[in-house]
Write a protein that binds this ligand. Structure first.
Ligand SMILES: [Zn+2]
Ligand SMILES: [Zn+2]
Length: 298
């Protein structure tokens, strides 16, 4: 109980501090106390940490969309940690829980309980998902366990590098403002992409494809596609659905750093398009079916 309270206080700091820093940064910008190094740090760290979450935490770890070289796996998990969205293990467990109960009882962050609850409120009034229940196989993975248990180190590094390069304003823009932006883009996948946008596939949840989140979220905004085909390494399923994370995975495959990339064929797409999917097409592969709570999708 006490550790849960501490956890909530830590989360409050993690959420509020970057917000206040962003207000401060805007004020500084007004004063012209920002330079091109700061902006470059903001963009670079936002994209790197963002890809760490989308490719590393999400597609690689949670859904096993491809098999990475161990060094690639380590690097993406470290980059994901730098987004300050929690250790990889906890992130994966919560996300698997989301897929198992999407927009129904048990979903940690469904807008059915309110938009702001889905966006960020859920972190303050819900218990978390136990990795030993939702992703037992990951708990046995030494790389995942190591990067998760050294999470704080990577967070500090993600602040120390911008500081070393750009000084205090580098820390502000490349560190705190960047965390604020990355957080809200990730959370928009949970809130916006279960509320606004179009549905190509009649999944059992409220997931939607929303192009702005698709663009800013490095491909994660094509969320209805993702719920229809959770294991697909590519969330953008049409040429016009920009999916930067998918392009990076494609490139890594070409140079031999990842293999067994899971793809959705046009035939699979056509079969599901416009039809009600009675049973979720695919349970996230890392889920431990036996340990799921009763009445889950499986
Ligand atoms: Zn979702
Ligand atoms: Zn997912």
């Amino acid at each position: 109980m006490r550790s849960l309270t501490i956890k909530k206080i830590v989360m409050l700091v993690v959420v509020v501090l970057p917000f206040l820093a962003t207000l401060f940064a805007i004020w500084l910008l007004w004063q012209r106390a920002v330079n091109w190094t700061d902006i470059a740090l903001l963009i670079a760290f936002n994209v790197l940490a963002g890809l760490g979450v989308t490719i590393g935490y999400h597609r690689m770890l949670t859904h096993r969309s491809f098999q990475p070289h161990p060094v690639v796996k380590f690097i993406f998990l470290v980059l994901g940690s730098m987004a300050v969205e929690g250790p990889a293990l906890e992130w994966a467990a919560i996300h698997i829980k989301h897929h198992a109960h999407s927009d129904r009882e048990g979903d940690p962050h469904s807008p059915v309980e309110g938009f702001w609850h889905a966006h960020m409120g859920w972190m303050f009034n819900r218990s978390f998902a136990d990795p030993n229940v939702y992703c037992r196989n990951l708990v046995k993975d030494p790389i995942v366990v190591f990067v998760s248990s050294t999470f704080v180190l990577w967070v500090i590094l993600s602040l120390a590098i911008p500081f070393a390069i750009g000084g205090w304003t580098g820390l502000l823009w490349g560190g705190l403002v960047r965390i604020f932006i990355t957080h809200h883009i990730t959370w928009s996948v949970n809130s916006v992409c279960h509320t606004f946008g179009k549905r190509e596939f009649e999944t059992r949840d409220q997931s939607r494809n929303e192009w702005i989140v698709g663009l800013l979220g490095l491909g994660e905004g094509w969320h209805n596609n993702h719920h229809a085909f959770p294991r697909s390494a590519f969330h953008g399923l049409h040429w016009w659905q920009f999916d930067l994370s998918g392009y990076v995975i494609w490139t890594l495959e070409r140079v031999g750093l990842v293999r067994d990339v899971y793809r959705v064929t046009p035939g699979m797409r056509a079969r599901y398009a416009g039809k009600k999917i009675e049973v979720e097409t695919e349970v996230p592969s890392s889920i431990d079916v036996e340990m799921l709570p009763e009445n889950s999708l499986v």
